[in-house]
Design a protein around this ligand. Structure first.
Ligand code: PBG
Length: 324
């Protein structure tokens, strides 16, 4: 059937008809909101390159969590700024480390809020790399055992999901093994399976103080030019026991999200990263775009491409929009 018998505009006539045939919808339960936790008391400071996003001390988390839940959001991912850094990132698995304390505080104040933790060393190493250095190189196998300890310490503190973001080979198997040995076989792994060496992480690195002191992350994060390799990375993580596959960043990699969605039957997550958020906010502040509408359209595109779960700094404003 072609024009004039078929008229796609028939369903665009009013809001109800448009809504009737809408293929993709966003809802607050799909979002995971990142929180940055820092030492101190009574601290809540806005991150200059991420307007509307705050770094805060552990004692502020309860209030924040209640606000998050009041918007219909039920999931956060935690990033920590430790008091001290060292070459092997000991702070990442310290029993009284910043993240371990943050998880306990959240589980105490808002037990129903899901807490995912980022498992990585870059915020905890003095050199800012995601693993330990041997002869100035990030050593894969020496890093694995430490990552296992980090994931275990998060699970012990009460984390609901652990999310390794370091990009060491074999870390999902290592983490699954150590969690299972310690009776945490019910804690899922959300693997940053496909994480590109991206310039879009800029604002995050300021926020979490984790830029590498020397060199960059191209020795372990993926080359943005590679799409087939994304399937290989994801296959490895599935075989090692990942429960959720993540693609990161999101908007510049919608093709990758789509191909993972088609190839795998696991839940797919996408990380709408700091730079992607900051660009919308900055253009909005200048009056060049309507930031709310662009945020909504952007997050919708990530979901339409195939992401079931979206990690985004825009979760709160998006939830407000959805709640009307
Ligand atoms: C830690 C980590 C990073 C991000 C999430 N986990 C930084 C990096 O890999 O350099 C970036 C998130 C963002 O930009 O919002 N490895």
């Amino acid at each position: 059937m072609v024009f004039p018998d078929y008229r796609p505009r028939r369903f665009r006539r009013n809001a109800q008809l448009r809504s009737l045939i809408r293929e993709t919808r966003l809802s607050p339960e799909q979002f995971i909101y990142p929180l940055f936790v820092m030492p101190g008391k009574g601290v809540r400071e806005e991150i200059s390159s991420m307007p509307g996003v705050f770094r805060m001390s552990v004692d502020q988390l309860g209030k924040e969590a209640k606000e998050i839940m009041s918007l219909g959001l039920n999931h956060v991912i935690l990033f920590g700024l430790p008091e001290k850094k060292d070459p092997v990132g000991s702070g990442a698995h310290a029993k009284d480390g910043i993240i371990q304390k943050a998880i306990k505080e959240l589980k105490n104040k808002t037990p129903d809020l899901m807490v995912t933790t980022d498992v990585c060393l870059c915020e905890y190493t003095s050199h800012g790399h995601c693993g330990v250095l041997i002869n100035k190189q990030v050593d894969n196998d020496a890093t694995l055992e430490i990552l296992g300890q980090v994931a275990l310490s998060h699970a012990k503190a009460g984390a609901d999901i652990v999310a390794p973001s370091d990009m060491m080979d074999g870390r999902v198997a290592e983490i699954r093994g150590i969690l299972d040995e310690n009776d945490f076989d019910m804690v899922p792994i959300m693997s940053y399976a496909v994480k590109y060496a991206s310039a879009f992480y800029g604002p995050f690195r300021d926020a979490a103080e984790c830029a590498p002191q020397e060199g960059d992350r191209q020795g372990y994060q993926m080359d943005p030019a590679n799409a087939r390799e994304a399937l290989r990375e994801a296959t490895l993580d599935v075989d090692e026991g990942a429960d959720i596959l993540m693609v990161k960043p999101a908007v510049a990699y919608l093709d990758i999200i789509k191909s993972l969605r088609e190839e795998f039957d696991l839940p797919i997550a996408a990380y709408h990263v700091s730079g992607e958020y900051a660009m919308i906010k900055a253009a909005g502040e200048r009056g060049w775009i309507d930031a709310d509408r662009v945020m909504a359209e952007t997050l919708l595109s990530i979901h339409r491409a195939g992401a079931d779960i979206i990690i985004t700094y825009g979760a709160k404003e998006m939830a407000r929009m959805l709640n009307g």
